[in-house]
Design a protein. Structure first.
Length: 452
C-alpha cells in the first residue's frame, strides 16, 4: 500500500482533501460533543467549554446614555465614544486606535496596564475631553475572565499570543484602576467589563430582537448566547426565571480531529494544549496551518522550483490576510496571486503552482468555516431543538467580514443540516459590535445599579 510519504501530487492532494474534510457526519458529531461539553461546563464539571456567566441579560433597546468604551483583545487597542439614544440606535463619535507593541503583550502585566492608561490619556487629550467631569467607561476585555459581577473579573488564562506576566488570576478591573491612578487619571469610572462576544450580541440585539448569539471570527474565535438561569446549574441562589448571557469560550473546544499540521501549530504556540478549535479556525492561526501544508508540498517536491524552495520557511511568514487575497483572485492568469508571490520574492511560480496555493487555502478555510457553522448549529439546536424561531447571529471579525466565500461556506452547512429551515438563521456582520455593545452593557449596569 502507498504511504503518505510516497504520494505524488494527485494522491497527496486527495489525501489532504480527505483529512481536512468536515462531512455532515462530522458536523453531527461536533454538535453532539458540543452539547455534552456545554452541559458539563454549565454544571461546573471539567469541560473544554468554560461557559462563563456574564452577569447581563440581553438589552431591551431602551438603554441610553454616553459612554466611553475601551476595547482590548488583539494587536490593537481601541477607544470609542458611544452615544445610545434609547431607541435602538447608537452613534460612535470618536475612535482612537493604538497598536500594542509585541513586547508589551508579552512583558510585565503592569507595563501592559500602564500602556492602556497612557492610551486612555491620549484619547482624552486628543478628543478634548474635560477632565474635570466624570465619565463611565465600559471595558471590552476579550479573554477568558471569571466574572464576579458586571464590573469585576479575574483573567483565567491569556490567549491569542498575550502572555503579560502577573495578570492571570487577578481582577483586570482592579489592575486597570491601579494603572489609571498611577497615571493621575481620576475622571474615569469603569462601569462594566465584557467579553467581545457579549458586546457583539448586545450591539446586534439593541436593534434586532431576533439576535440570540454573538460570534467572533477574527484573530481569535468565540461565542456567547443567552441561557436560562435554571440551566446554569453551577449557579445556585439566582432567580431561576431569568436569562443570563453565557460566554462559552468555544475557542478552547477540544473534541475535534487534529491533523499533524494542527499538532505542529499547537506545539509551536505560546499556549500548547489549549484553544484547539481556535487554532483550527481563527485568523491568528489559519495562515500558519496553511503554511505548514505549503511547506509539506515543497518538501515533497510537489510545489515550486528549487529557486523558490525556501518560500514561506519562517513561522508566521504566510498570513490569513495573504490567504484572503489569494482566495479573491478569480482571474485565469492568477494576476493577484502573481503580484503577491513577486512581493514575497518568488519569481518562477507556474500557473499550476498558483492554483495549488489557491487550493490549499480553500481546503483549510472551508474546514474553518464548517467548524464555525457546526459550532453555531450546536448552540441553535441547544436553545431551539426544533428550529421553531428565527435566529440572527451577530458576527464580528475580519475572517468573517473579509475572507471571500467564508460566510457562504458556513451557510452551506446550515442548508445541509437544517434543510428548508436554514432560512430561519441569519448571519449578520456586527461591525464594531464589541465596542458599541460594551457601552450598552455599561448602560444596563447603570440602570440596574449593580456596577461598582
Ligand atoms: C479568544 C478569547 C475570547 C475572545 C476570542 C475572540 O478566544 O479567549 O475571550 O472572545 O478570542 O476575540
Amino acid at each position: 500500500m502507498m504511504t503518505v510519504a510516497d504520494m505524488g501530487y494527485k494522491e497527496f492532494t486527495a489525501y489532504l482533501e480527505k483529512v481536512f474534510n468536515i462531512t455532515l457526519g462530522d458536523v453531527k458529531k461536533i454538535i453532539k460533543a458540543f452539547h455534552s461539553e456545554m452541559k458539563k461546563g454549565l454544571s461546573g464539571f471539567e469541560s473544554s467549554l468554560k461557559m462563563i456567566p456574564s452577569f447581563v441579560e440581553r438589552p431591551t433597546g431602551r438603554e441610553s446614555g454616553k459612554f466611553f468604551a475601551l476595547d482590548l483583545g488583539g494587536t490593537n487597542l481601541r477607544l470609542l465614544a458611544v452615544e445610545l439614544d434609547g431607541k435602538g440606535a447608537s452613534n460612535v463619535s470618536t475612535v482612537s486606535k493604538f497598536v500594542i507593541p509585541p513586547k508589551t503583550m508579552t512583558g510585565a502585566g503592569d507595563e501592559l496596564f500602564d500602556f492602556i492608561a497612557e492610551c486612555i490619556s491620549s484619547f482624552l487629550t486628543e478628543s478634548n475631553i474635560d477632565k474635570e467631569k466624570n465619565y463611565d467607561l465600559a471595558f471590552t476585555f476579550s479573554f477568558p475572565v471569571e466574572q464576579t459581577n458586571i464590573a469585576a473579573g479575574k483573567l483565567i488564562a491569556w490567549t491569542k499570543g498575550f502572555t503579560a506576566s502577573g495578570v492571570e488570576g487577578k481582577d483586570v478591573i482592579m489592575l486597570l484602576n491601579e494603572a489609571l491612578k498611577r497615571k493621575g487619571i481620576n475622571c474615569i469610572r469603569i462601569a462594566a467589563l465584557a467579553n467581545d462576544t457579549v458586546g457583539t450580541l448586545a450591539a446586534k440585539c439593541y436593534n434586532d430582537r431576533d439576535c440570540d448569539m454573538g460570534v467572533i471570527l477574527g484573530t481569535g474565535t468565540n461565542a456567547c448566547y443567552p441561557e436560562k438561569i435554571s440551566n446554569i446549574k453551577k449557579w445556585r441562589g439566582l432567580d431561576p426565571r431569568g436569562e443570563m448571557i453565557i460566554n462559552m469560550e468555544w475557542g478552547n473546544f477540544n473534541k475535534l480531529r487534529f491533523t499533524s499540521y494542527d499538532k505542529d501549530v499547537d506545539d509551536e504556540s505560546l499556549n500548547t494544549g489549549c484553544q484547539y478549535l481556535e487554532k483550527m479556525v481563527s485568523g491568528m492561526y489559519l495562515g500558519e496551518v496553511t503554511r505548514k501544508i505549503i511547506r509539506d508540498y515543497i518538501h515533497r517536491g510537489l510545489l515550486f522550483t528549487n529557486a523558490d524552495s525556501n518560500a514561506f520557511i519562517k513561522k508566521d511568514s504566510f498570513l490569513t490576510e495573504d490567504m484572503s487575497l489569494i482566495a479573491s483572485d478569480e482571474s485565469t492568469d492568477c494576476a493577484l496571486i502573481d503580484e503577491f508571490l513577486k512581493k514575497s520574492g518568488l519569481t518562477e511560480v507556474t500557473i499550476h503552482g498558483k492554483m495549488t496555493l489557491k487550493n490549499i487555502c480553500r481546503i483549510t478555510s472551508v474546514r474553518a468555516a464548517r467548524i464555525s457553522a457546526a459550532a453555531i448549529s450546536a448552540v441553535i439546536k441547544w436553545t431551539d431543538p426544533k428550529l421553531k424561531n428565527n435566529h440572527t447571529i451577530g458576527v464580528d471579525g475580519s475572517l468573517f467580514e473579509k475572507y471571500p466565500g467564508f460566510s457562504g461556506a458556513m451557510l452551506d452547512v446550515f442548508k445541509i443540516l437544517f434543510k428548508e429551515k436554514a432560512s430561519k438563521i441569519k448571519l449578520e456582520l456586527a461591525k464594531d459590535g464589541s465596542g458599541k455593545g460594551a457601552a450598552i452593557i455599561a448602560a444596563i449596569a447603570a440602570t440596574a445599579g449593580t456596577s461598582s
